[in-house]
Ligand binder design. Sequence first.
Ligand SMILES: *Cc1c(COP(=O)(O)O)cnc(C)c1O
Length: 555
Amino acid sequence: MSSLVLPDPMIVRDFLRTRTPYETAKTALFVYVIVTHTFKLYRHIRARGVTDSVRHSWTWACKQALLLALKVPSVQKDVQQKLNQARLEIEDKLVPKAVPRHLALPEEGKSVEWILAEMAKMDSEMGPKADWRHAKLSGAVYHGGDDMLEVIVAAFERYAVSNPLHPDVFPAIRKMEAEIVSMCLRMYNNPNGAGTMTSGGTESIVMAVKTYRDWAREVKGIMEPEMIVPATAHAAFDKGAAYMNVKVHLIPVDPLTRKVNIKRVRRAINRNTILVVGSAVNFPDGNQDDIVALGELAARHNIGLHVDCCLGSFILPFLEKAGLADGEDGGARYKITPFDFRVRGVTSISCDTHKYGFAPKGSSVIMYRDATLRRHQYYVLPDWTGGVYASPSLSGSRPGALIAGTWAAMHYMGSDGYLKSCYEIVSCARTIANTITNSIPELYVLGSPPASVVAFGSKSLELNIHEVGDAMSKRGWHLNALSGPAAVHIACTLLTLPHVNTFIADLKDSVREAKENPYGKGTMVMLYGLGSSSAVGPDMVGEVATFFLDALYKA
Ligand SMILES: *Cc1c(COP(=O)(O)O)cnc(C)c1O
């Protein structure tokens, strides 16, 4: 009987005897590949869930079929024609026609007067759109006031040519950079931690991904790293993963609270996981993930937890003192839960000085729990022909002027300055959120955003929120469109404060207009309509986005 279930040992021995070692090795390799791929597939499906995996496979299959159909010459011609038209429209919008161009170096150098006059001309030729001071922006310019501008310009002037790559030549710049990092570490309750400055939130995040990749390779021997990222996390994590060759598991958020689904995060953790990500607060809708729950998971599995405070920057650490961390406002409940290094399991935090720190653009800080972790961020080439090379982050030479400008901005503001700006900006955002909830019945606010960003969607299929966004554009607003779900957001800054009432009045008007005229052809409607039109929609949008980048470099 047993020979029916188990192979007879004699047969196995004969089988092996008749095979050459080469064949046996080949079989072993084959079995190894099958087994490892099966495990890989298992981990992949476990992270995504069966339903999502099936749905993704189906979308993928549809996409392949459509891509095949697009190869039919007549269809291809049609698509090319449409894309060409899109390209021309983008260039038309971005690149002005009837202005003098300076495509090559002038034969002789120009005077300062000429240069400034030419800049003034360019600004005025491009129309009122170029006036950021009075523009109704979402985020984009984190202006700290005219006096702050003076402070930054003075610092720039003094340190215009400085380069922190040479601390022996510019010792004050080195000191200021170390102090900026120290101030941020104290703000985030980790005075004994470590960090570096970077060129912005994206570089801070890309550096964090590199740090965990190298840490996991060295300490845990992980060669095929994976990271777990909430769907609402910033695109910089995907960018970092693409640059650093790390696999991403995108985890959905709870549709009501807009916090990442902790159960799904737990399921996605496996022996290749190097990093979990949480946002405080996220860019799309300004809500905060449950950092405490993420921290527990990270600590239990000995993996990294990066908290993205790029946007929360100088708002979240001041909410409690501003009396806005926990309470009711206009019927909504706002609650900040712990997000900084006091939470067990948090191993790194990115904080953008160039957002609510009001520092000049091009400055951010990446912080680690300790200096041991930071070492994995460094790049060192001891035997370079050009000498021993060591740099803390992506850049080699860096602008010392930005460090001086940031140091100046932070000292000019001080804790009391940031407390005041936090109070004003968050109050502004809550006024907007509460008005939407209480007096615009067609719209709803995504989650209960505790800080500066408010995202709103439409309650019914009859009203397309991107239509509302386009109507707002016509009224001079530069808002952000979101997908999943379709929504529009505003990130309040000090520049928003004087426009709150206009915003609310314009939003009510725009809702009315979008209901009366539901088939507009504005940018948001076109772009996001295209994206969700078919399985190849995202590829088409990708193509259009590439045209946009090309157009940026059309002189
Ligand atoms: C702005 C932002 C970033 C990236 O910042 P950049 O400075 O634009 O590179 C990352 N995360 C969040 C939540 C942000 O809002």
